[in-house]
Ligand binder design. Structure first.
Ligand SMILES: [Fe+2]
Ligand SMILES: [Fe+2]
Length: 268
């Protein structure tokens, strides 16, 4: 896991997951060094990723006041329970639905939860964070957040893009990837992660981008994208094209067996 810094206010805990045939999917979590420190998402649910060590290199986990879980998919909740133990004052920001999903296997203590719906704001001491529903999402409880002090937008799964290498998946600036290539990769991700986008009423769908357009973030921080500064117009344009992109269809059993056969040792 790499740690990247964006100014004094934001640290990126940058991990990735390799998906055969798709690419290297960035899996970021973020630390917002607000007066009341906020951790946004908690990494992959795989052993040995080093999330707590990476977090401990940028702040004392005991000082964490808020843990914003953008949605309870397992690539966002990996170190949540460990962090709750290490951060005795921290409350988990989520929605009623998110709380329910996270409590299915092991109930979240109610006194450690703070429910925030899209459109509602939270004061974290030196700034306000406003929750919003990103235009693309794969989980009904998804909320991103906008920071009114830095102009950063934490967009959860929206704007993700599988990268061509592990190095690019964990790099500090999406500018290392060619703009046209990035757009193609974002559209692929949109069709994989939000397959419903091909069925929407386009006018109503585009209205869901209006909040983001109005906020006009200077920096977009997606869980599955390297940090993107000054890209909001390009990204909104990509969102508008997503409904017309070819739907994604994954490999079937025959393709899987063909792939596995290429792995079998040769016998003489
Ligand atoms: Fe997700
Ligand atoms: Fe995700």
């Amino acid at each position: 896991m790499d740690v990247n810094h964006i100014g004094r206010d934001i640290s990126v805990l940058a991990d990735y997951m390799e998906v055969p045939g798709i690419g290297f999917v960035p899996v970021n979590a973020f630390v917002l060094h607000a007066a009341e420190p906020v951790v946004i998402d908690t990494g992959l649910s795989l052993p040995g990723r080093g999330f707590m060590d990476a977090l401990g290199s940028v702040l004392d986990p005991q000082d964490v006041e808020w843990i914003w879980i953008t949605h309870p998919d397992r690539d966002h909740t990996g170190a949540l329970r460990e962090l709750l133990d290490a951060a005795p004052r921290a409350q988990v920001i989520t929605t009623f639905l998110g709380m329910g999903i996270m409590s299915m296997a092991d109930p979240l203590p109610m006194n450690r939860v703070y429910l925030l719906n899209p459109g509602q704001s939270l004061d974290v001491g030196d700034r306000r964070l406003t929750a919003f529903r990103p235009p693309l999402f794969d989980n009904p409880s998804t909320t991103g957040c906008c920071d009114d002090l830095t102009g950063a937008c934490f967009s959860s799964d929206c704007f993700g893009a599988p990268m061509p290498s592990a190095e690019l998946a964990t790099c500090p600036d999406v500018g290392h990837v060619d703009k046209n290539e990035l757009r193609g990769r974002q559209l692929l991700w949109a069709t994989v992660d939000s397959p419903w986008v091909h069925t929407v009423d386009k006018t109503k769908y585009l209205e869901t981008c209006s909040g983001l357009r109005a906020f006009d973030p200077s920096l977009i921080l997606g869980t599955h994208l390297p940090p993107a500064a000054g890209r909001t117009p390009d990204f909104l344009d990509m969102l508008a094209a997503a409904p017309d992109t070819d739907p994604f269809l994954g490999p079937d059993q025959a393709a899987l067996e063909h792939l596995l056969a290429t792995f079998e040792p040769q016998t003489s």
